[in-house]
Every structure is written in C-alpha cells, then in structure tokens.
Design a protein around this ligand. Structure first.
Ligand code: C5P
Length: 246
C-alpha cells in the first residue's frame, strides 16, 4: 500500500462509466482513497443518477456531474440551481450555448451556493467535442476554422463569461493556459499510462505528460476501471506522478 499524496488525489477524477448502481458503488468503495472527484456522466446519471449521488454525499465524497448543459439561459440557470442543491462540486455546460447562457449559469450557481452556505462549484465549459473532426466542423456545421483555433476561441469566451475552466485534451492544455491564464482550470480526459490500452482514445496522453502540460484534473477511466487489479493500477499511476514531483 502506498502513501496517498493529497496533491495528486485532488487531481484524480474517476469516470464512473457503468450502468448499474452496484457497479458504481463497488468502484467508489474500492477506489475512494485514491480519488478526489467522482465523475457521473450521462450513462450513469440517466440510470441511477440520484441514488449514486446520495451514496457519495452520505460519505462526504466530491462529485462532478458531467451532464454538459445546453439550452436557453433561463433553463440552464434553473438546472444549475438544482445541480448545486444536489451538492455537485463540479459540473459542465457547452460553451456553444453562448456568453449569456454561461453568465446566467454562473450567477445562478453562485447565488444558490451562497443561499445554502455551501461551496461554490467549479463550472467547466465543453468546447468542441473530440468526436467532431475538422471536416465535420467545416462541412457539416459550417464553422470555417480549424478545431484547435475554435477551441481556443471558445475557451476565451468561457473565461470572459465567468466559467472556471474547460474540459480539453492534454494536447490543448498549454495553449489554453497561455490564452486564458494559469488560474483557468483545464480538466483532461484521454489519460492513458504507458502500460494501459488506448481503447478508442486517439489523442491519449500519460498522466505524467498531462501534468507537465498544465492539466489541473486528470479524468481516469478504463485505464483503472478495466484493470484486473484496480487498486494496483491506481497505485501505479500515483507512483508515476509522484516520481515526477520528486
Ligand atoms: O475510459 P476513458 O479513460 O477513455 O474515459 C474517458 C472519460 O472521459 C469518459 O467518461 C468520457 O465520456 C470522457 N470524455 C472523453 N473525451 C472527451 C470528453 C470526455 O473521453 N473529449
């Protein structure tokens, strides 16, 4: 058993990409000592969202609702209020909803947190989904920019609209920090240690490299959840990052 480095733990976001409540609870129980934030995405949320949230809340665990809100500003503001009331430490919205939608989301989340005497959540923007290629962006969606440039434009808009950061690949993290400042958080999926399979992630990066590039949070999914020994896989990730931090 390794010693848990608190600074590393704060960065680790575990993706609870499972269908059943039992599987999610098993993952949480097994890995909670290693994880700063548990990510509940649409797959689990639409199955057992509130039950799994209650399970984590009872144990004082932090969670990220990865529900990627996109609607008119008023609806997003109301949904943000409900998300804060559910106790999420993190949630995300699409930057493509525009500045007014993002501003109203931030305002509503802040006001709700203050009214509840709670901590304000970290609100992250989704820029261009990694499933959207340059060709789709240009030819289907009619956006005549390269996706790298468009991501930066949306990140800047997110920052100007009061968001705390964005979800982005490791390969974009450095440029986003240069444009939006070091305090602007970057949460990176697509993390793969050297020893794990790439699965369907095309632009994966190791945890070590992600941190070098300035990633504030690393989304860890199948590299750990599909490992034969999940605790051992997590320990290997900790040692890998720990070696780097000296
Ligand atoms: O298992 P894996 O490490 O690939 O899991 C990645 C997690 O990050 C999933 O929950 C997925 O939805 C999310 N994600 C991603 N790529 C993005 C944005 C989010 O893989 N661009």
């Amino acid at each position: 058993m390794i010693t848990i480095n608190k600074k590393i733990k704060e960065k680790i976001v575990l993706a609870l990409d499972v269908d059943s409540l039992e599987d999610a609870k098993r993952l949480i129980t097994e890995l909670k000592d290693f994880v700063g934030v548990f990510k509940v995405g649409l797959q689990l949320y639409t199955q057992n969202g509130n039950e799994i949230i209650d399970f984590m809340t009872e144990q004082g665990l932090e969670f990220f609702l990865d529900v990627k809100l996109l609607d008119i500003p008023n609806t997003v503001a109301k949904a943000s209020e409900n998300i804060v009331k559910r106790g999420a430490s993190f949630f995300n919205i699409h930057t493509l909803g525009g500045a007014e939608m993002m501003r109203q989301c931030v305002k509503s989340a802040k006001e709700t947190a203050i009214a509840l005497n709670g901590k304000e959540p970290t609100i992250l923007g989704v820029t261009v989904l990694t499933s959207i290629s340059d060709e789709v962006l240009n030819n289907e969606l009619g956006i005549e920019q390269k996706s790298d440039d468009y991501v930066l434009r949306l990140a800047r808009l997110a920052k100007d609209s009061g968001l705390d950061g964005v979800v982005a690949s490791v390969w974009e993290a450095k440029r986003i920090k240069e444009v939006c400042g070091d305090d602007f958080k970057v949460l990176c999926p697509g993390i793969r240690p050297e020893w794990s399979l790439k699965n369907d992630q095309q632009r994966a990066a190791t945890p070590k490299f992600a941190i070098t590039e300035g990633a504030d949070y690393l989304v860890i999914g199948r590299a750990v959840t599909s490992a034969d020994d999940r605790v051992k896989a997590m320990e290997k990730i900790y040692s890998e990052i720990g070696d780097m931090e000296g």
